[in-house]
Design a protein around this ligand. Structure first.
Ligand SMILES: C[S@@+](CC[C@H](N)C(=O)[O-])C[C@H]1O[C@@H](n2cnc3c(N)ncnc32)[C@H](O)[C@@H]1O
Length: 322
């Protein structure tokens, strides 16, 4: 039996997934062939062996990135106890404001006065779709003098005519990050992939947007907190539940349970539901698309796929007729 099989596979998979970062492709490919490092990783709880978290912890303690694999390895093994402590005490909570550029067209389809609820909100940076402008050229834009998020559509899509009217916003997370706290903001910046200075700059703007009106974030599991959030939302506008890159963190049985819960809430008229997750995570939503788009998230409204999106919101492809 190969004691590192699962870890090695995970790093080889990440090398495929992280194509936007040559540094992380290099590090993860080299980890997969480095028995001493694999051995070290095998000593972590399985949920903590993930490349994003391990790389972030090594960077937090000085591994230069972009930088050579040897620099990462030196920090990981040379400062093993400190890096391990960071891995155990922190989590990958990447909060990507760029995703709002793909979620906002769906808010446009819903229209009216919205009470926005985000489950798995991290620092809540995606709760401000009304505070940003959008550049979807060459197919459209939405401007009112705010900071701009850009996402490249690969075809026509229903361009919203106005910014969403968000009357109330709140979210929940197992570990809400307080973006007014310098350490939390620094950790969020540290999670951005090495070469992506544009995302780091955008993150700083998103943090300023959120600090101007800090989000209401409740601490706890989404299954427990969603009913209370929905009850509070219903008094303010059309409740809209959104989530992106969250449901993968639930065990498979809980994912199916979540999808069933949301379908029931939508059927009862309790809320609208915007999902933006990897296709394998919510297969019921992905199955409503005419054909798969490997490597992309599936963006859904009320359980129906409406578009395929880049994981960080850089681009999207609308599904004809949706
Ligand atoms: C990768 S982050 C995504 C954050 C944000 N949705 C975005 O798109 O930028 C995933 C977040 O989901 C949270 N999360 C995972 N499982 C959760 C659960 N059962 N209940 C609440 N939050 C959860 C994590 O703590 C983390 O902050």
């Amino acid at each position: 039996m190969n004691p590192w099989g699962a870890v090695r596979e995970q790093y080889l998979g990440f090398a495929e997934h992280a194509r936007d970062s040559p540094c992380f492709v290099d590090w993860s490919t080299r980890v997969a062939a480095d028995e001493e490092v694999l051995d070290w990783l095998a000593g972590l709880p399985p949920v903590k062996q993930q490349p994003n978290l391990v790389f972030a912890a090594a960077r937090w303690h000085g591994a230069p990135a972009p930088g050579a694999y040897e620099g990462f390895r030196e920090v990981l093994l040379g400062r093993a106890a400190t890096v391990r402590e960071t891995i155990l005490s922190r989590a990958t909570q990447t909060n990507e404001a760029g995703r709002m550029a793909t979620l906002t067209p769906v808010l446009g389809l819903i229209g009216g006065e919205i009470a926005l609820v985000e489950v798995g909100a991290s620092g809540g940076l995606c709760l401000y779709p009304d505070r940003w402008d959008y550049d979807w050229s060459p197919y459209g834009e939405l401007r009112s003098g705010g900071p701009t998020l850009r996402s490249v559509p690969d075809g026509a899509f229903p361009v919203p005519q106005r910014h969403p009217s968000v009357r109330w916003r709140a979210g929940c997370d197992l570990n809400p990050l307080d973006v007014t706290d310098a350490d939390a903001a620094a950790w969020l910046a540290n999670l951005v992939w090495p070469e992506q200075d544009d995302r780091r700059r955008q993150l700083q703007v998103a943090i300023e947007v959120a600090r101007a009106e800090p989000p209401e974030l409740r601490r706890g599991d989404l299954f427990e907190l969603l009913p209370g959030l929905l009850a509070d939302a219903a008094r303010r506008g059309t409740p809209v539940v959104q989530h992106s890159a969250v449901i993968a963190y639930l065990p498979p049985a809980r994912r199916a349970e979540f999808a069933e819960l949301m379908r029931g809430l939508v059927a009862d008229g309790a809320c609208r539901w915007i999902s933006n997750e990897a296709a394998t995570v919510l297969p019921e939503v992905a199955a409503t698309a005419p054909e798969p788009r490997p490597g992309r998230f599936v963006l859904g409204l009320d359980g129906q796929a409406v578009a395929w999106t880049h994981g960080h919101g850089r681009s999207f492809g609308w599904i004809d007729g949706r």
